[in-house]
Design a protein. Structure first.
Length: 231
């Protein structure tokens, strides 16, 4: 079943190119892309057997067993360089996505496009992309139930992210006009305010630094949020 989040991810997958869905779980994405005729073949991979079995069953029901190969394994280790035009990594933490890309640099660099949807710590993913020769070509947001998700689309290239806020809420200036941006900012503000509350009376240097950093981030987020309201 395609959800709004998976739909945004699907919309950013390159047409007529093979794709790999790393951490596929249910396998909805590759099956949908095949059914729509958007891709010629796919690899649906997962580190855990149980989710991979779910994907296998869905692939079998869809009749695309020849075109969608399921593979058991961690991250990009299941792929050879150049095998996937688009690599999708969705529904995992930002640190895990960063680590899996770092562990298989040749495979990551050989993809024409990465579509990444970190569940948290998206700033780590943006730092990784900037430091490893990727250019963010699109960023989008999707809402499911009460949660807003960040989708980051990157290709090989160079970029220089100018300020901390761009790591936190998105590299592209146009993203700042996204209708879901105020909700994303609210969520990030909530997290920063928790840190502020937690560190405000602590005396260690680390806590003081964190307090100052989070206070500055919260102020910057408020500024963007107020700017969004005025548009
Ligand atoms: C929350 S599900 C996301 C499923 C799907 N990608 C989506 O966005 O709806 C995360 C999946 O990632 C898988 N996973 C976790 N660590 C992984 C790794 N190192 N390599 C491959 N898959 C992994 C889990 O087994 C799980 O099925």
């Amino acid at each position: 079943m395609m959800t709004p989040r998976l739909q945004v991810i699907a919309d950013n997958v390159l047409k007529n190119e093979s794709m790999a869905d790393i951490g596929t779980d249910h396998g909805y994405l590759p099956v949908y892309l095949m059914e729509q005729g958007f891709i010629p073949r796919a690899v649906a991979a997962d580190i855990n057997e149980k989710p991979l079995r779910k994907a296998e069953q869905l692939v079998a029901r869809s009749g695309y067993e020849k075109q969608i190969e399921t593979r058991l394994g961690s991250g990009l280790s299941v792929l050879s360089p150049g095998e996937a035009g688009t690599i999708v990594m969705a529904g995992m933490g930002g640190y895990l996505i960063r680590d899996l890309l770092t562990e298989s640099p040749e495979v990551a660099a050989s993809a024409k496009r990465l579509v990444l949807q970190p569940m948290n710590n998206a700033f780590i993913v943006r730092h990784f992309l900037e430091d490893n020769g990727f250019l963010i070509i699109n960023e989008d947001l999707a809402k499911e139930e009460r949660r807003v998700y960040e989708i980051i689309v990157a290709e090989k290239g160079e970029m220089s992210i100018e300020n901390d806020l761009d790591y936190l809420i998105g590299y592209e200036a146009k993203r700042r006009k996204h209708p879901l941006l105020p909700e994303l900012i609210d969520r990030k503000l909530e997290l920063e305010n928790k840190i502020i509350e937690h560190t405000k009376n602590k005396q260690t240097e680390m806590a003081r630094e964190q307090y100052q950093k989070s206070t500055a981030i919260a102020a910057a987020l408020m500024e963007v949020k107020n700017g969004c309201k005025m548009q």
